[in-house]
Write a protein that binds this ligand. Structure first.
Ligand SMILES: C[S@@+](CC[C@H](N)C(=O)[O-])C[C@H]1O[C@@H](n2cnc3c(N)ncnc32)[C@H](O)[C@@H]1O
Length: 360
């Protein structure tokens, strides 16, 4: 963990709840260069900002504009946004209403001269808050939480709403956001991640959000041997390809040479781990070569030998996107695979309120 002293979380949830911290999620965080299609997206961002809805991590043409509006409306809360979302050093004078000594004693913030900074990013999502690393891949064992984590939670909740599962499994759980958000739908849930620091965060996030039916283990999902079967498996695994990641191939986002190798291995693992009637929900990215979806091609051949699985393969973007970093064309995919009685394949195209273009 980035912190050199033990982190206590006795006071943090109460302090943030009193400040109405979750409303900082109205501010879009990411700036994108001017392009005509993003003007359309901006209309939604503006609406969500006005209607007190979530914009966090969204792509905006003018994040500074929203920051300024927010600062005028609520200067105190804006200081918290700078401290806990942007991980900036914030003058003590802007944070006077916070019990800074308590937060310092809990190991959340540190003092430097007359400024304070937070060693963690604190992401508000729905009624919960999630502690994670600041956005800096130079941090050793960097732990990931971003836009796709939030979008996946929304999509998965929509897909499973009104149903109840006995045993859930979150493969590649990161800070535990999927497991925690889906815990109301399951009797118990297990989250696995190869990065021990991610698992530390996941346990902290359970504690901070008072979740009691979720456990986490630091384990490679491919070394995980289990006699139990699961009726819900979720995964937001690393899915960037070598061309997008460069030479570093970070553990949080490198999904293999083509980006979807880890996703395919997870799908194969799910063939073994799903109970009858059980289902896998997975978000990943595919790319196209000669107009052929490369992940889909490989998935079809996998299914030939696994005839009792039904797959809903949903494109999350209306159009095929070029990442800007490489010449490849990519599409985000939400896959729902059910262990049923027949082999079926549906391909749907879904348009989101979110615009994923250039995002990955
Ligand atoms: C893109 S992050 C997503 C984290 C989380 N699911 C979310 O949605 O925020 C992918 C995660 O997969 C983990 N990971 C990568 N390879 C893994 C493996 N073989 N076994 C378990 N976890 C793995 C990484 O440590 C990272 O936390």
């Amino acid at each position: 963990m980035a912190n050199d002293k033990e982190v206590k979380l006795d006071k943090l949830p109460e302090i943030l709840a009193q400040c109405n911290y979750n409303s900082v999620a109205r501010i879009p965080l990411r700036k994108y260069p001017l392009s005509p299609r993003l003007f359309f997206n901006e209309v939604f961002i503006f609406f969500r900002f006005i209607a007190y809805r979530r914009n966090l991590f969204a792509i905006s043409l003018f994040p500074k504009f929203y920051e300024t509006l927010f600062q005028i409306q609520n200067g105190h809360l804006f200081a918290l946004y700078r401290l806990f979302i942007k991980n900036e050093k914030v003058p003590e004078t802007s944070l006077q209403y916070l019990p800074l000594n308590d937060l310092e004693n809990e190991g959340i913030v540190k003092r430097e001269g007359n400024k304070y900074w937070s060693q963690f990013r604190i992401v508000p999502f729905n009624e919960n808050i999630y502690i994670t690393d600041p956005w800096d891949r130079n941090i050793p064992n960097f732990v990931y939480l971003s836009y796709d984590s939030l979008v996946f939670c929304d999509l998965a909740k929509e897909e499973i709403k009104g149903r109840r599962f006995q045993r859930g499994l979150d493969m590649c759980c990161g800070v535990g956001i999927l497991a925690i958000e889906l815990s109301p739908f399951c009797d118990c849930l297990l989250g696995l991640d190869i990065n021990p620091k991610a698992v530390d965060y996941a346990r902290m996030n359970c504690e901070i959000n008072s979740i009691s039916n979720v456990a986490f283990k630091d384990l490679d999902v491919f070394a995980f041997s289990e006699e139990h079967r699961y009726d819900l498996i979720v995964a937001n695994p690393p899915f960037l390809d070598a061309a997008t990641c460069g030479v570093l191939n970070p553990i949080d986002s490198y999904g293999g040479e083509n980006g979807f190798e880890i996703s395919l291995r997870i799908i194969k693992r799910a063939f073994e781990l799903l109970s009858p009637g059980g289902e896998l929900h997975l978000i990943t990215r595919t790319y196209f070569c000669d107009k052929q979806d490369q992940l889909l091609t490989q998935l079809r051949s996998l299914l030939i030998d696994n005839i009792f699985f039904e797959v809903n393969y949903t494109y999350l973007t209306t159009s095929v996107e070029n990442s800007g970093l490489t010449k490849r064309v990519y599409r985000m995919v939400y896959l729902n695979m059910k262990r049923g009685v027949a082999n079926r394949f549906n391909i749907r195209t879904r348009s989101l309120w979110y615009d994923w273009s250039n995002f990955f």
